[in-house]
Design a protein around this ligand. Structure first.
Ligand SMILES: [Fe+2]
Ligand SMILES: [Fe+2]
Length: 130
């Protein structure tokens, strides 16, 4: 479970991005709570976080990479695109009243993938100037 904790080595020293990354780790707890409560409403904060903060976060990163003339911008953008697509799928499932078990499973997969992205892809932005 240790790999699922936000670690100081994951920090980019770019305040807004680091705060958002920390929030991704916090979502693990939000998801556990939502599953325990077993109510659709409990999933709403996660859906909102994903569809607003995550998407804005991707744009913020991409702007920073452009400004810093980052070499791996294209491949990074491709990953963000995949996440955005997955987020839209999850939001659609939620809006269409699909059973929360499926939504929880989709969110779990997404969180795991986002954490790997933070630790292996985002980390390459370390040292950039905001
Ligand atoms: Fe990120
Ligand atoms: Fe990213």
């Amino acid at each position: 479970m240790n790999a699922k904790l936000y670690n100081v080595k994951d920090k980019l020293n770019i305040q807004t991005l680091d705060n958002h990354h920390r929030d991704v780790f916090t979502m693990i707890h939000l998801l556990d709570t939502a599953i325990q409560k077993n109510s659709r409403e409990a999933f709403l904060p996660i859906i909102e976080f994903l569809s607003h903060h995550c998407i804005e976060h991707f744009m913020e990163e991409e702007t920073l990479m452009k400004n810093n003339k980052f070499d791996h911008l294209k491949e990074h953008q491709m990953e963000h695109k995949k996440f955005t697509h997955k987020i839209k799928q999850i939001t659609k499932m939620y809006n269409e009243n699909i059973h929360t078990t499926h939504i929880a499973y989709g969110i779990r997969q997404l969180i795991d993938a986002l954490i790997i992205h933070i630790q292996t892809v985002d980390i390459k932005m370390k040292g950039m100037t905001p």
